[in-house]
Each structure stands twice: as structure tokens, then as C-alpha cells.
Ligand binder design. Structure first.
Ligand code: AMP
Length: 277
């Protein structure tokens, strides 16, 4: 496995694999089993796998969140090597942003809901960095986790808008034993918060059973109610949406692809998860 820090050296390495299939997994590091599942899938399906580790400042709308974001570069390299990654791209901020990126994307209605609504500018930053990374890596396929459900829709739309010839592959959510969706931010939870955070996925899976007998509105209210008795939790949103348009549905028969998406604070840490109905 080779570690490179510049786009020039990345391109030089990739030339050695000339015209082979390139799989690419963009990450912000502090790697866990969720990331590694994407890397393994890429290794299986491509001749060469590139993983980027870059904490992208332009997608953080909260400075404190950027500052406390966990960074574990040495451990990341070991995990990537074990997973069969070929090239790790670990650029500095100046390499990716030699000057300010002033591009403003417009993703229309898929961006003005949920994460886009609660984290203004977030997806613009995601599109800035992922497009730059796609230009650098020129991957055949790129792998994203369904944990960031809305992000996958944004990336699919972005590659269409920019005519980037890459296949976007969405991979299932990997969970801790408790059911909590794996996230680099879980490391920032106290032991007690981490235990409590298991409630998030428990509530979501229970809500799927209730969906048979309850309206969409009732299920939303029930999910919200489950977190009210504990001050540790503060709900940003729980929305039940069409999985393609990401717009709220008001009845179960409005779509045959319905997903519930949650964003909730556990202490100071904001967690997201989702479930298919
Ligand atoms: P991040 O480092 O948080 O930007 O995540 C990098 C990629 O890993 C994104 O495509 C995420 O959706 C994906 N990912 C993060 N957590 C998980 C998880 N628990 N299961 C599957 N994929 C994940």
C-alpha cells in the first residue's frame, strides 16, 4: 500500500495501473468497520482501490464540530492496509484548496430538506470536495455508505450535472453490536452516552413494525416521543421520505421506497441514522 499526499503523486501512482478499473472510497478518516466495508467491496470489484482520508473544512457548518473531529492517521493506514487498499490519498488542506473554492451547486429540492436544511452549506462543501477528488482519482466506481442517505442522492445528482463518468455504489449501514450505526463521531460520546445512543436504532426498527397499524404522522410522533423523557437527546428531525425524491410522504402507499431519516443530538454529538419501511 502506498501513501501519497499530492494530486501529482497520486496520478503518477495511478498511471502504473493504466486503464484498469479504479475503485474509490472518499473518507474523513477515523476509520471504522463502516468505512472498511466500503473498502473491501471496492477491493473485490476493482483492480485498484484508492481511499482518500481528508477532513474537508468546507462541509463543516459548525467550527467546533470541525475542530473536535477525530484524527487517527496512523491507525487508519493500518486498517486500510489490512483491508487490501492499494493507494491512500492523504492531502493537506492547501493541496485540495490552493485557492478558495467559490463554486455554488444547486441540487434543488433534494438539498433543501433534512441535512441540507439543518446544516446549511454542508452539501455544497461535500460536492466541492468529492468533485475535486473525482477529478484527481478518475475512478470507475465510487463507494458511499447509506448511513449518509441524502449524501448518496446529492453525489448521484452531482455526477450527472458535471458529466463525471463514475458509477456510484451505495452500501448498507454497518452497526455496532448495540445497533448504533458506526460513525467516527461515536468516539466522541461518553461511555454512558454511547450506551444510550443504542436507543436510536432500536426506536427506528420498532417503528417499522408500527407502520402497519399507524399513519405516517403517528409514526413520526411516536419516534419523537421516545426521546423526550431523556435530556441527553435533542431531536433535530425525524422525517419519513420517498427514497428517491427525499420529499416527505404523508401516507405509506405514496411510494414503494420509503425511508425514515433521523438526526439527533446525544449530548453534544449529532448522530444520523435511517431505516427502510
Ligand atoms: P465519513 O468519513 O464519515 O465522511 O464517511 C465516509 C464514507 O463512509 C461515507 O460514504 C459514509 O456514508 C460511509 N460510512 C460511514 N459510516 C458508515 C456506516 N456505519 N456504514 C456504512 N458506511 C458508512
Amino acid at each position: 500500500m502506498i501513501v501519497v499526499e499530492t494530486i501529482k503523486s497520486l496520478k503518477q501512482e495511478l498511471e502504473k495501473y493504466n486503464s484498469k478499473n479504479v475503485g474509490f472510497v472518499p473518507t474523513m478518516g477515523a476509520l471504522h468497520d463502516g468505512h472498511i466495508s466500503l473498502v473491501k467491496r471496492s477491493v473485490e470489484e476493482n483492480d485498484v482501490t484508492v481511499v482518500s482520508v481528508f477532513v474537508n473544512p468546507t462541509q463543516f457548518n459548525d467550527k467546533a464540530d470541525l475542530e473536535r473531529y477525530p484524527r487517527t492517521e496512523e491507525a487508519d493506514k493500518k486498517l486500510l492496509e489490512a483491508a487490501g487498499c492499494d493507494i491512500v490519498f492523504m492531502p493537506q488542506v492547501e493541496e485540495m484548496y490552493p485557492e478558495e473554492d467559490t463554486r455554488v451547486f444547486n441540487f434543488g429540492s433534494i438539498e433543501t430538506v433534512m441535512e441540507g436544511k439543518y446544516r446549511p452549506g454542508h452539501f455544497n462543501g461535500v460536492a466541492q470536495i468529492v468533485s475535486k477528488l473525482f477529478y484527481a482519482v478518475e475512478p470507475t466506481r465510487s463507494y458511499f455508505g447509506e448511513k449518509d442517505f441524502q449524501q448518496v442522492a446529492i453525489i448521484r445528482d452531482m455526477v450527472k450535472q458535471l458529466n463525471i463518468p463514475v458509477e456510484i455504489i451505495a452500501c448498507p449501514i454497518i452497526r455496532e453490536e448495540s445497533g448504533l450505526a458506526r460513525s467516527s463521531r461515536n468516539e466522541l460520546l461518553s461511555a454512558e452516552e454511547r450506551k444510550k445512543a443504542a436507543l436510536i436504532s432500536q426506536v427506528l426498527s420498532k417503528s417499522v413494525n408500527f407502520a402497519k397499524d399507524m399513519s405516517v404522522e403517528e409514526v413520526k410522533n411516536w419516534v419523537n416521543d421516545q426521546f423526550k423523557s431523556d435530556d441527553t437527546f435533542k431531536m433535530d428531525y425525524y422525517d419519513i421520505v420517498d427514497g428517491n425524491s427525499l420529499q416527505s410522504v404523508s401516507s405509506w402507499d405514496e411510494s414503494d421506497y420509503i425511508v425514515g431519516c433521523i438526526a439527533i443530538y446525544c449530548g453534544k454529538i449529532r448522530l444520523i441514522d435511517n431505516i427502510h419501511y
